[in-house]
Design a protein around this ligand. Structure first.
Ligand code: TMP
Length: 254
């Protein structure tokens, strides 16, 4: 196979030119960073698991009518996606106080919030993704009010659906981050869910024990990081066929 042209390398993923115009290949790495890359590491098999977990969530969301960039999984570490114009926002939804919200507002981690809260962060590594309001988003033209309406509606649907789906397998969806993109088709623009949904960008706690099964195991040096990601995949019924031995390979041909 011809070597694909790399278009972008992020902290956990690489984007390559896709086989057809308007498509990209999204490659999931095992690299992990936290605190705006101050902490760096590798989580063995993470890319394989996140590829599967994100595929699973995007497919289920597609089935209930949430538009996403996902087309299909290609292999262990790659998926084919639609090329979208990424809106430079990290949209965070919180159901239970944790992480930066718990710190910022002095709320005990684990406290259920009175209702789901949406926050926006401006996607800009150099500025360490500062929190912004709708005022900043519209004033600086990152998205218009109609775009924000779409984003909020989609975000709340994703939250409701994933909360239920995960609760069914004994996992509490504490909070998560979404990214959206603009998809241009036949002179029309639609906002679609982009990036990934995985334990890298969700907080997932065992509903009974409260045990963390997400990237906080890495951020906070809790140990058994790989096991957290595997347990999420196992509960969703999507561990690679051969089980965890499969996670290191085969490496993809690019
Ligand atoms: P926070 O509590 O650190 O603000 O994180 C909220 C949620 O957003 C949590 O599920 C992790 C996710 N997240 C990302 O996906 N990327 C990021 O850069 C940050 C800071 C958080």
């Amino acid at each position: 196979m011809a070597r694909r042209r790399q278009l972008y390398e992020g902290k956990a993923k690489i984007l390559f030119e896709g086989p057809e115009p308007g498509t990209l290949v999204q490659y999931f790495k095992d690299d992990a960073t936290a605190f705006n890359s101050q902490k760096k590491g590798t989580i063995t098999g993470k890319g394989v698991l996140n590829n599967r977990i994100s595929e699973y969530f995007m497919l289920r969301l597609g089935e209930i009518g949430v538009p996403t960039h996902f087309i299909r999984r290609l292999n262990m570490r790659e998926q084919l996606i639609r090329e979208v114009e990424i809106i430079p926002l990290e949209v965070v939804v919180r159901n239970v106080a944790a992480g930066s919200l718990a710190t910022r507002l002095g709320i005990q981690e684990g406290t259920r919030l009175p209702r789901s809260i949406i926050e926006y962060y401006y996607k800009n590594d150099a500025l360490q993704d500062p929190m912004v309001s709708e005022e900043h988003i519209t004033a600086f033209g990152w998205a218009g009010t109609a775009d924000i309406d779409d984003i909020v509606q989609l975000t709340l649907r994703v939250n409701d659906f994933l909360t239920g789906l995960l609760l069914g397998v004994g996992i509490t969806l504490v909070d998560f981050k979404l990214e959206f993109g603009r998809l241009y088709e036949n002179d029309e623009m639609r906002i679609v869910l982009a990036d990934e949904i995985s334990p890298d960008n969700c907080r997932l706690w065992d509903s009974k024990t409260g045990e963390k099964m997400d990237k906080d195991r890495f951020r906070r040096d809790l140990g058994r990081v790989e096991e957290g990601y595997q347990e999420v995949a196992r509960r969703l019924g999507i561990l690679p066929e051969a089980g965890v031995r499969d996670l290191k390979g085969p490496e993809t041909v690019q």
